[in-house]
Ligand binder design. Structure first.
Ligand code: ADP
Length: 332
């Protein structure tokens, strides 16, 4: 019930009671009075909207200043290494990390990934797979041990050089308001139209882009043309191809899609990963068949590491996961 409704209710209740009680007012006066009260509705509405705007504005401003004032935990060293190119060799040495220092998510993790290798990361949900890849792109710093890229600690690299060389293709692809072309050229705004189209063709995105109302100039994002999940992922792949990074992180890239989209995405991904060091996280283990090696994370540490066949022969966690998923697929 709004303020205006309460006021007119009050006018009628009090006025009515007064007339019934024999006070010195007439029905006509009450009707006229309540008419004037009704005319106050607009200004009162406006006032209450102003109050709401003000409080919303203050809340947003407070959050904005919290973000501006936040001191980043990960800082660039004063004189960082700025290599032109990276080879993409990754080594983790006795890495321990937890979002809260007394509660480690990963404990004493060590492995070495050669440049160009496809490395699958397996583990139940919440095991720390995403955390592991976040340490490699230095979104967080390790508490103990070190992460080396081409033999140099990630902490020594300039942010620009490191992040330029890492691309992530995940289920949650960020599409911002702008044209399709701008979305693809997000990391390289200076890219030419030919380069953008070449990347889209490689990513199996060119055909669907041509079918949109204005092709590469179609507006997407909020209030724009609606892209499906599979189309968003192919935009993300085109973005990564154009950016040409040495390190690629694929996070559950091919789940919850129809078979045709999945095929097109898998084909695009196969083109993308060629010649790049790739970390692939997937819950559906069949998508990790192409991985050169796999690591299984369990109880905060490495439980198993090796090729698909080696891990199957071991008859351990990986073997159990694969057989359980096969049984589930057959049972469908
Ligand atoms: P996975 O990718 O294997 O599902 P994650 O690396 O996302 O696992 O998460 C590992 C654990 O860390 C989970 O228990 C999760 O709740 C916790 N976690 C993930 N991100 C954060 C964060 N930003 N802050 C605090 N805890 C987090």
């Amino acid at each position: 019930c709004s303020v205006e409704d309460s006021i007119s209710f009050l006018v009628w209740a009090v006025g009515g009671a007064m007339i019934i009680g024999g006070a010195d007012i007439e029905m006509g006066l009450l009707i006229t009075f309540s008419g004037y009260v009704g005319q106050m509705k607009g200004p009162l509405d406006f006032m209450s909207r102003m109050v709401r705007w003000y409080t919303n504005c203050m809340n947003s401003a407070q959050r904005m200043f919290e973000i501006i004032d936040a001191v980043p935990e990960v800082k660039e060293v004063p004189d960082p290494v700025r290599p032109e190119t990276l080879r993409g060799e990754i080594e983790l040495k006795n890495v321990t990390f937890g979002y809260e220092s007394h509660k480690p998510i990963l404990k004493d993790i060590s492995f070495h990934v050669k440049a160009g290798e496809v490395f699958g990361i397996v583990g139940r949900s919440g095991a720390g797979k995403s955390t592991l890849v976040n340490l490699i792109s230095r979104l967080y710093d390790t508490q103990e041990g070190e992460v080396l890229v081409d033999g140099i600690n990630v902490k020594q690299y300039g942010f620009r050089e490191l992040r330029r060389n890492v691309a992530m293709v995940s289920q949650e692809t960020y599409i911002f308001m702008g044209t399709v072309a701008e979305n693809i050229a997000y990391a390289r705004p200076e890219a030419s139209r030919e380069e953008i189209i070449r990347a889209a063709v490689q990513a199996n995105a060119h055909d669907f882009i041509c079918k949109t109302p204005d092709g590469y100039n179609t507006y997407v994002g909020e209030h724009g043309y609606n892209l499906s999940g599979g189309e968003r992922q192919r935009i993300a792949i085109a973005r990564a191809i154009l950016n040409n990074p040495r390190l690629l992180i694929l996070d559950e890239a091919t789940s919850a899609l129809d078979t045709e989209s999945e095929f097109l995405i898998q084909q695009a991904l196969n083109r993308l990963i060629k010649g790049r060091t790739t970390f692939a996280i997937a819950h559906r283990l069949s998508t990790l068949r192409g991985a050169d090696r796999l690591v299984v994370i369990d109880k905060h540490s490495i439980a198993e590491i090796g090729t698909h066949n080696e891990l199957l022969e071991k008859k351990g966690i990986y073997y159990n996961l694969v057989t359980a998923q096969l049984k589930m697929a057959e049972g469908k």
